[in-house]
Design a protein around this ligand. Structure first.
Ligand code: 3PG
Length: 392
């Protein structure tokens, strides 16, 4: 696989696919700029080597139509602050006007194209559209790990028309997570949480062949507990996944993977700030209560395993961490990871947000910028946006 360092970029037009799909509030203010910061190494490298840097991204899901709500203009402003230099905001992402704007770029200039998803052709991975994007540049660099699980025109199709390579973020994501999956320091511990078992089936199946310990918390734990015969009260249940949960536990047993499920849970009458709550053993979950977090005994057991680990991969919160009283389990896992000497990897999405929010971001080896992409990576799938970078 080529990387940005394998190209002579001086004076050349370099199209960089980044994932600037960042959360914004109603007024267009960016509420988390992690993904913009994560793309800086590649952008700064190219600027310093006097390339003409043309950035492409999607934002949200505008369904193939122009919609000012999904304009990348606020991202251009934020990027400009972070870079300390002007970022030219293009009116469009393809066509005559953009081509003209690109023609007047000087080495070291940075331009951000408008949202590629304003065209339905982007998600359709339309060849003609990819060719129009390619027309803007001499070299294609994909640094959008967060969108690498999508086979779209700007993440995959365009590589057919230009010499292609990976940016620094893409490289770091693939190398760090790839090494954990292929050649981990042991013991290798995976911690899975989040609401649904159905989102994590592929990951569990892939990891069962690799990990030494599997720790399960979050809403998904209750479907497993149910499969073991526990009464789970009003807790989240995927009825149609109970049998599957039982068979996954059986498979783990056969493969010698130790699975730790909660031994106690925090229960509450409803998921709301300020409600009363208490901790009960999993054998005593009341009929009218909802499990909202792992209990203290579970936190201690999880932390013990995590602290002895060589590699820890974590995806999915242990409870409803958005409510402070129910964030203790997620906090305990983050703290144990931060205190362990292990290689610590946090899958994107909710778990990354939790780690940021709880203040442990700097203590982790790697926090993925991909939500869906990191899940598919952990499932062992080849991501289309990565596959196109393979040497032809
Ligand atoms: C993400 O945020 O997971 C990526 O940017 C992909 O966005 P999408 O799910 O709308 O394709």
């Amino acid at each position: 696989k080529k990387t940005v360092e394998d190209f002579d970029v001086k004076g050349r037009r370099v199209l960089v696919r980044v994932d600037f799909n960042v959360p914004m509030d109603d007024r267009g203010t960016i509420t988390d700029d992690t993904r913009i910061r994560a793309a800086l190494p590649t952008i700064e490298y190219l600027v310093n080597r006097e390339a003409k840097v043309i950035l492409a991204s999607h934002l949200g899901r505008p369904k193939g139509k122009f919609n000012p709500k999904y304009s990348l203009a606020p991202v251009a402003r934020r990027l400009s602050e972070l870079l300390g230099r002007e970022v030219i905001m293009a009116e469009d992402c393809i066509g005559g006007k953009v081509e003209k704007a690109v023609a007047s770029m000087k080495p070291g200039d940075v331009m951000l194209l408008e949202n590629v998803r304003f065209y339905a052709e982007e998600e359709a991975n339309d060849r003609g559209f990819a060719e129009k994007l390619a027309k803007l540049a001499d070299i294609y660099i994909n640094d959008a790990f967060g969108t690498a699980h999508r086979a779209h025109a700007s993440t995959a199709g365009v590589a057919e028309f230009l010499p292609a390579g990976a940016g620094f973020l893409m490289k770091k994501e693939i190398e760090t997570m790839g090494r954990a999956l292929e050649n981990p320091d042991r013991p290798f511990v995976a911690i899975l949480g989040g609401a649904k078992v159905s989102d994590k089936i592929g990951v569990i199946k892939n990891l069962l062949g690799k990990v030494d310990h599997l720790l399960i918390g979050g809403g998904m734990a209750f479907t497993f507990l149910k499969s073991m015969g526990y009464n789970i009260g009003m807790s989240l249940l995927e009825e149609d996944k109970v049998e599957l949960a039982a068979s996954l536990l059986e498979e783990a047993r056969k493969k010698g993977v130790e699975v730790l499920l909660p031994v106690d849970v925090v229960v509450a009458p409803e998921i709301k700030e300020g409600v009363g709550y208490r901790t009960v053993p999993v054998s005593e979950i009341p009929d009218d209560m909802i499990g909202v977090d792992i209990g203290e005994a579970t936190r201690e057991r999880f932390a013990e395993v995590i602290k002895k680990a060589g590699t820890v991969v974590w995806n999915g919160p242990m409870g409803v961490f958005e409510i402070r009283a129910f964030a203790e389990g997620t906090l305990a896992v983050a703290r144990a990871m931060a205190e362990s000497g292990a290689v610590t990897i946090v899958g994107g999405g909710d778990s990354a947000a939790a780690v940021e929010q709880l203040g442990f971001a700097d203590s982790m080896t790697h926090i993925s910028t991909g939500g869906g992409a990191s899940l598919e990576f952990l499932e062992g799938k080849e991501l289309p946006g990565v596959a196109v970078l393979n040497d032809k």
